[in-house]
Design a protein around this ligand. Structure first.
Ligand SMILES: Nc1nc2c(c(=O)[nH]1)N(C=O)[C@@H](CNc1ccc(C(=O)N[C@@H](CCC(=O)O)C(=O)O)cc1)CN2
Ligand SMILES: Nc1ncnc2c1ncn2[C@@H]1O[C@H](COP(=O)(O)OP(=O)(O)OP(=O)(O)O)[C@@H](O)[C@H]1O
Length: 188
C-alpha cells in the first residue's frame, strides 16, 4: 500500500509540471488517436469520466461522441459500497460537482446496466505496457472491472507509462493504452 502511495505522489507532481500548452496538445493527440480506432468507431455506448486537473482532457472526447451520435455514460460513486453507477448525460449541465472537485451525473439522470457499455475509458495515474494500472486509490474501477466483459482503453500522457507497479489479485488490466506518442496493445 505504501509503495502505491509513493508512486501516486510522484506521478501527481510529475503531471503538475506539464505546461498548459503541452497538456492541451497532448490531450488533442490522444483524442485524435482514439477517434481513429475501431474500438471507438464500433462503440455506441461509451463509459467515461469527466477529467479534472492534470487528467487527459475528456471534455472534448465527450463533445465528439455527441456529435457522432454516441451515447455517453458517466460514473457516479456509491461511496458506501465503493461501486460505480453509470448514468447517461446528453448535456454538461446534467452534471454536478461532488467531492474532490469531481463531476458526477445528477441524481435524476437515469442509470444504465453496466453490460450496455461497449467501450469503457478507464482512468488511472500510472500504467504498465501490459495494461495494469494504478488509480486514485478508491478501488472503484478494480471492482467494476471484476465482472465487466466489454472493451477497455486508458488514456495517458507518455510520462504515465512506468516500468513497474505493484500488482494485486484484484487488478484487471486494460486492453489498450493511448498516449500522445503511441497506441499500446496490452498483452497481460
Ligand atoms: N475524473 C475522474 N473521475 C472519477 C475517477 C477518476 O479517476 N477521475 N474515479 C476513479 O476511480 C472515480 C472516483 N475516484 C475516487 C478515488 C478515490 C476516492 C477516495 O475516497 N480516496 C481516498 C483514499 C482512499 C484510499 O487510499 O484507499 C482519499 O483520497 O481520501 C474517491 C473517489 C470516479 N470518477
Ligand atoms: N474486486 C474487488 N473486490 C473487493 N475489493 C476490492 C476489489 N478490487 C479492489 N478492491 C479494494 O479496493 C482498494 C483500493 O485498491 P487500489 O489501491 O488498487 O485502487 P486503485 O487501482 O488505485 O483504484 P481504482 O481501481 O479505483 O482506479 C483496495 O483496498 C482493495 O482491497
Amino acid at each position: 500500500m505504501n509503495k502505491k502511495k509513493q508512486i501516486r505522489k510522484k506521478m501527481k507532481s510529475s503531471l503538475e509540471e506539464l505546461e498548459k500548452l503541452v497538456y492541451e496538445q497532448s490531450s488533442y493527440l490522444i483524442s485524435k488517436r482514439l477517434f481513429e480506432l475501431e474500438d471507438w468507431r464500433n462503440a455506441n455506448t461509451i463509459g467515461i469520466t469527466i477529467s479534472n486537473g492534470t487528467e487527459v482532457d475528456t471534455w472534448q472526447i465527450i463533445r465528439r461522441a455527441w456529435t457522432d451520435g454516441k451515447r455517453i455514460v458517466v460514473p457516479k460513486c456509491l461511496t458506501e459500497s465503493k461501486e460505480l453507477l453509470f448514468k447517461q448525460i446528453t448535456d454538461f449541465t446534467q452534471l454536478e460537482k461532488v467531492f474532490f472537485g469531481l463531476y458526477e451525473p445528477k441524481a435524476e439522470q437515469e442509470a444504465i446496466d453496466k453490460h450496455q457499455i461497449d467501450l469503457l475509458i478507464v482512468p488511472g495515474l500510472a500504467f504498465m505496457k501490459d495494461g495494469y494500472r494504478l488509480g486514485f486509490g478508491g478501488g472503484y474501477y478494480d471492482r467494476f472491472l471484476a465482472d465487466y466483459k466489454g472493451n477497455t482503453v486508458s488514456l495517458a500522457f507518455q510520462r504515465q507509462l512506468v516500468e513497474s507497479l505493484p500488482i494485486e489479485d484484484f487488478d484487471k488490466p486494460v486492453k489498450k493504452i493511448i498516449t500522445d506518442q503511441e497506441v499500446v496493445v496490452c498483452h497481460a
